[in-house]
Design a protein around this ligand. Structure first.
Ligand code: SPV
Ligand code: MG
Length: 588
């Protein structure tokens, strides 16, 4: 359902990008997301998530184009580059016609058919959660081709299209002079046909003006902008091939933001982004830089290997094979195999949540794991992260205020002697869950899912997650209980795959030997779990079950079996103090 929104009135006349009080169309969902974002600041894409309603890619692109702050779309030309754009932190993708063609070895002259473009887009949309604005060239024909294109784009979850006012087959804007332009009325027909064919209200159609490129001048560009806007284009892309942005700024000044303006500063790259921001530009497209940088890298590697007839110089300078596995999500496949393949028993998780924790009033009626962090308890957050990595069989060891431990779907066991016993005693209460692959976690840690996925895909029988750059390393005076001494320090190199092993873990490791801090997360293979159970039995037989803690247990295991240290840095926290709790509330 569409609602009419006076953007100028909503944003307040002073700060509106749309100085001309104009009527815009936004779906209710997009408007809500937009308002939440505007009031929560630029980092809040979480509006929809907070409301429990996933934001569509269509609404996400609309939000980028219509938000008052400057947005950026980064070029991608296939599934892998789309993933890299997302990994870098961008909020949207430009599916460039030039780079999409070039990556197929073709010219930017509609040599790839539009359905071949669509196929590539499907890979890209599958590979990323970011919204994609596709360079639809001229729309591949007349109004009728645009209609079919837009319907197919909506079907495949492509959030928007940009069409340019030239003729099919197109030629890249940076080739030649005075390329013929489409008749204005005919192009307006393409715009109307596109808008009438979208099957999602938030689909974005950008009309690209080539008048400056083809030497037809500013008046022509403005006349076209007015006509395309009136025909229903959501935004105007004003293109220029000058080396300075003078004509872009003249256009934005005179257009006065009657609708959002999109630019492609490939040729006027030296202009500062702040000037674009001051000019009220909506969106900058970095149009071809991933393809161009990969060409440089591929040439260098090919030449090196050709000359050396060896890989020695190259290995270590290129992404590791493991990096490829990580980028395409092999960890998820492994988790799915455990869930769906016969014979691959689902792994279990044991969460230790018996202790009270010392957070004053907050832990008067509930244990620390039940403290609320932005609408969900710490334990609920931990259980969902575990679930996302395929760990759905979760046993929580309760103790202090056990009746307050309530999270749907968990199993519980109790350590009723929590006040006078330690962690190994708690773990022993969950011995039954330690019969096969298992993860053990403290109940007060939050971590990004990739850390757990890393443990789950490790080949070690016992693997511990260690922050190689935590405060314990930087400031050995800070009291951290779970200090780790490993046989190799954290190297900081993504390419370094050499296995690292635990030597010992405790709060009193001499500072020179500290390699990091254990975050309270460990994985045991079926073999590892058997070793773990045997060690708990032994500790019990020695009369130490009440007093032993997990660092002691892991140190004893490390003396007998390889305990693999998996390093990472940041992206986790445990909640020991009120200031940790404040951090937890900002943790995403
Ligand atoms: C593209 O990336 O294909 C574009 C931008 O259309 S440009 O190459 O500048 O024309
Ligand atoms: Mg193009």
């Amino acid at each position: 359902m569409k609602i009419q929104v006076d953007m100028a009135a909503r944003q307040g006349a002073g700060q509106s990008r749309f100085r001309n009080p104009d009527i815009r169309f936004m779906s209710e969902d997009a408007m809500k997301a937009f308002e939440d974002t505007a009031s929560a600041g630029p980092s809040s894409g979480a509006a929809a998530e907070r409301s429990g309603r996933p934001k569509t890619v269509f609404a996400a692109l609309r939000e980028e184009v219509f938000s008052p702050s400057l947005s950026f779309l980064m070029e991608a030309h296939n599934g892998l580059s789309a993933k890299i754009v997302e990994e870098a932190g961008f909020r949207g993708i430009w599916a460039s016609g030039l780079t999409g063609s070039a990556s197929l070895g073709l010219r930017d002259s509609n040599e790839a058919s539009w359905t071949q473009v669509l196929d590539t887009l499907e890979y890209m949309a599958d590979a990323t959660s970011l919204p994609i604005l596709v360079d639809g060239d001229t729309g591949y024909g007349n109004f009728n081709n645009v209609r079919r294109l837009v319907r197919k784009l909506c079907e495949r979850g492509i959030a928007g299209v940009c069409i340019e006012d030239k003729l099919f087959p197109k030629t890249n804007s940076f080739i030649g002079e005075a390329q013929p332009l489409a008749d204005i009325d005919e192009f307006c027909g393409r715009i109307k046909a596109g808008k009438d064919s979208q099957t999602d209200d938030d689909f974005v159609l950008v009309a690209r003006i080539e008048a400056l490129i083809s030497g037809r001048g500013m008046e022509e560009a403005l006349r076209r902008a007015e006509a395309y806007h009136a025909a229903g284009a959501d935004a105007i892309l004003i293109h220029s091939k000058k080396s300075t942005a003078t004509e872009i700024f003249e256009f934005t000044e005179r257009w006065a933001n009657r609708s959002p303006v999109v630019i492609v500063p490939t040729m006027y790259y030296a202009t500062s982004t702040d000037l674009f921001r001051q000019a009220g530009i909506s969106t900058i497209i970095w149009a071809n830089h991933l393809l161009r940088s990969s060409m440089t890298a591929m040439r260098e590697t090919a030449r090196r290997i050709f000359e050396d007839q060896s890989l020695r110089e190259v290995e270590g300078r290129v992404a590791s094979v493991r990096d490829i596995f990580a980028l395409v999500g092999n960890a998820e496949l492994e988790a799915a195999e455990r869930r769906y393949l016969p014979g691959k028993a689902a792994p279990k998780a044991v969460v230790l949540a018996a202790s009270r924790g010392d957070l004053g009033d907050l832990t008067r009626d509930q244990p620390k794991c039940m403290i609320d962090v932005r609408g969900q308890s710490l334990l609920q957050r931990l259980v969902s992260t575990l679930g996302d990595s395929g760990l759905r069989d979760v046993t929580v060891v309760r103790g202090y205020r056990k009746e307050a431990v309530a999270v749907p779907g968990i199993k519980t066991v109790d350590n009723d002697r929590f006040a006078e016993t330690g962690e190994v005693f708690s773990l022993a209460q969950a011995r039954k869950a330690l019969d096969g692959e298992a993860v053990v976690a403290y109940g007060d840690v939050l971590f990004r899912r990739y850390i757990l996925d890393g443990l789950m895909s490790s080949e070690g029988d016992i693997v511990v997650a260690v922050d190689g750059l935590s405060l314990s390393v930087k400031d050995p005076k800070k009291t951290v209980r779970d200090l780790v001494a490993a046989d190799r320090p954290y190297s900081g190199s993504y390419l370094d795959d050499t296995p690292v092993h635990l030597k010992s873990m405790s709060e009193s490791i001499p500072s020179a030997e500290v390699s990091g801090e254990w975050i309270g997360l460990a994985r045991f293979s079926t073999q590892g779990s058997a070793w773990l159970r045997a060690e708990i039995d032994l500790i019990e037989a020695e009369g130490l079950l009440e007093t032993a803690d997990l660092p002691l247990l892991l140190t004893r295991l490390a003396a007998k079996h390889p305990v693999v240290v998996q390093y990472f840095t940041a992206h986790w926290l445990d909640v020991d103090t009120l200031s940790d709790l404040a951090d937890a509330r900002n943790f995403t």
